[in-house]
Write a protein that binds this ligand. Structure first.
Ligand SMILES: Nc1ncnc2c1ncn2[C@@H]1O[C@H](COP(=O)(O)OP(=O)(O)OP(=O)(O)O)[C@@H](O)[C@H]1O
Ligand SMILES: [Mg+2]
Length: 361
């Protein structure tokens, strides 16, 4: 597993904190020999502009929201695992001669600058993972290097510290759902599944084969674009009004009006669907048209009525909302069973993060 911050030895359960551009989500997962269960889950909205393209623009707001979410969730555990997304992190796949892990570590230490677009590697946190043998040359191995500017990693760590918390692991957003998928789903080594997170500002795509990432892509088109289209069509006074209309539907109006709104929302999601289609077409053409078994959707925008069905028909691949609770239990005292369906896509990333422990690298 990847980590952009040096980790300490020993195992310790952490709190998964998914810092999104529209809200932060906290997941406290308890793991034991009997398995995992989600003990607490909480979501707190974030003021627009706090995080822009993965960059922390307003540290004070984030700090106070972190404080608030721990309090609301009644979470006493210390130690956060979070992830970076968007422009704050670089993911680079490289192919190198086969060598052992310590040789590789030395080589990447000396030569990472060759593969990464940074002038001074002293300013950068990076890590790598061996993906496996290169498909075309058995003497070579494929590696994924992830990197982020220390300045950005530190800005999040400082915000957490100011909230009385400590970020212990920094993962990379596109890979987080892989952890969740690996725990909940049975798969064989050849099987290809596409994990798609459709949030507010970003859509992230991760194609996994046998549980390991083979292709990632993200683009800055997600739920916000739909809200903007709703705002225009329904002449909502503010973005927030349009957001409410989109998520809660019309509180009054005829059945026809209600259905119209639903259909319009799906229509406004079409540019996102087309961008997803382009990525899948690209993956198919570059990776020799391999068969995709299924698509699993996460993120708040996965809740758009009929979106999964629509993508399924458009791409001709079975598409469903990801289910974090296939193998993970949940605490019925803290989490309302009636709300479970609703939180599945939104909690997915936080639970994926919450599954990580210090020392499980
Ligand atoms: N029922 C719903 N119908 C349509 N859209 C919804 C619904 N519920 C939530 N959304 C949308 O999901 C988005 C929020 O999803 P999520 O919490 O995954 O985003 P985020 O993590 O804050 O953002 P990002 O990952 O892009 O930084 C918002 O655009 C919101 O309007
Ligand atoms: Mg998100």
């Amino acid at each position: 597993m990847l980590d952009l911050k040096e980790i300490f030895s020993g195992k310790k359960m952490l709190v998964g904190l998914d810092i999104g551009s529209s809200s932060i989500k906290l997941a406290e997962v308890i793991s034991s020999a009997k398995g995992h269960y989600l003990n607490r889950f909480c979501e707190v909205p974030l003021t627009k502009g706090t995080i822009i393209d993965g960059i922390l623009a307003d540290a004070n707001t984030l700090s106070s929201k972190i404080k608030e979410i721990f309090k609301l969730a009644k979470c006493g555990r210390k130690g956060i695992v979070t992830s970076l997304a968007g422009n704050s992190v670089i993911i680079k796949k490289v192919t190198l001669e086969r060598m052992n892990e310590s040789e590789l570590r030395d080589l990447i230490h000396d030569e990472a600058g060759k593969y990464l677009p940074f002038d001074n590697m002293d300013d950068v946190n990076y890590d790598f993972q061996i993906l496996g043998e290169n498909n075309y040359n058995p003497n070579q191995i494929d590696i994924v290097i992830v990197a982020a500017k220390k300045e950005i990693v530190n800005s999040y760590m400082d915000a957490a510290t100011a909230a009385g918390q400590n970020i212990e692991i920094v993962d990379v957003a596109p890979f987080v759902l892989e952890t969740l998928y690996g725990v909940n789903y049975e798969f064989d080594n050849e099987e290809i599944v596409v994990l798609i997170n459709i949030g507010a500002s970003t859509t992230g795509i991760n194609v996994v084969k046998g549980g390991t990432s083979v292709f990632t892509r993200d683009f800055a088109l997600a739920g916000n674009s739909i809200t903007e289209a709703v705002q225009e069509k329904y002449k909502s006074a503010t973005f927030e009004d349009a957001e409410k209309l989109k998520v809660e539907g019309l509180s009054q109006g005829s059945e026809g009006d209600i259905l119209d709104l639903k259909n319009n929302i799906l229509q406004f999601a079409q540019p996102i669907c087309m961008e997803i289609e382009r990525s899948i077409d690209y993956f198919r053409s570059t990776f020799g048209g391999e068969d995709i078994k299924q698509i699993l959707l996460a993120g708040g925008s996965a809740r758009i009525p009929n979106l999964a069905k629509h993508l399924s028909e458009m791409l001709n691949v079975k598409t469903e909302i990801i289910d974090p609770f296939l193998k993970i239990n949940y605490n019925k005292r803290n989490i309302d069973a009636k709300n479970l369906e609703n939180i599945k896509p939104v909690a997915a990333t936080a639970i994926g993060l919450g599954l990580r422990k210090i020392g499980d690298k």
